[in-house]
Design a protein around this ligand. Structure first.
Ligand SMILES: [Zn+2]
Length: 230
């Protein structure tokens, strides 16, 4: 039983990452309907595994259940994204400040490694990866706080903002270049005031980018073929 759970857990995670990538690259655009049987065939796994994946992603807010029972990729409005970012502005500057205040006790290796990956995705033009990674930066900070309630909150909020980024920005960067590094530098040097302030400005910039740009063209072809590839 343990072996089955481990195997299934690994598969679930891989499938979720692949689906998130498909969503962030707009191969599965907001509003697209997902069915258990088609996904099970595409990934060559049982419908039970797909059901678990869908349940988890629905909990995260990336997928939504329609009243008719259909499961679709969520399509938050600009106003909803604004509300989400308002909540994030209440919480994340506090996280950044707290981390800076305890910088001597923390290990920042995961953050440094993460910034390297972001830079790589930025220079190689892997848009889906970059969107996912820019969200994950904020998750790393929440994780460092050691507070699992904060982590769960930021997990859900950042996933929906990533969706907003792919829906509403034309530029490829919604988390402006270098801002993550500046925030990280302030935290790692113990400058709590500037870490908190930079986080506020950063979330403002993300919101400005989402609210000020026109809607991106959505393409949705060869998705299942792409999903089953590899
Ligand atoms: Zn960011």
């Amino acid at each position: 039983m343990n072996e089955d759970q481990n195997l299934r857990g690994k598969t679930e995670r891989e499938i979720r990452q692949k689906l998130l990538q498909a969503i962030f690259e707009l191969r599965m655009p907001p509003g697209a309907r997902l069915t258990e049987s088609v996904l099970a065939d595409a990934f060559d796994v049982s419908r039970t595994v797909i059901r678990l994946v869908i349940a988890r992603m629905t909990q995260d807010g990336v997928l939504v259940k329609r009243p008719n029972g259909a499961t679709c990729v969520a399509s938050p409005t600009r106003s909803e994204i604004s509300q989400i970012l308002r909540v994030r502005r209440m919480v994340e500057p506090e996280i950044a400040g707290d981390l800076a205040r305890s910088y001597k006790k923390l290990s920042f290796a995961p953050i440094v490694e993460h910034l390297r990956k972001e830079e790589l995705a930025r220079t190689s033009g892997s848009y889906g990866d970059l969107v996912r990674l820019t969200g994950e930066f904020h998750l790393h900070l929440a994780e460092l706080s050691g507070n699992r309630f904060l982590f769960n909150l930021i997990y859900q909020l950042q996933a929906l903002v990533c969706l907003g980024v792919v829906m509403y920005t034309n530029t490829e960067i919604a988390c402006p270049e270098d801002e993550h590094r500046q925030i990280a530098d302030s935290i790692m040097s113990g400058d709590d005031e500037s870490a908190a302030e930079l986080m506020v400005h950063h979330l403002d910039h993300v919101e400005e980018n989402i609210l000020s740009s026109s809607k991106q063209h959505i393409h949705f072809n060869e998705t299942l073929k792409w999903l089953s590839g590899e």
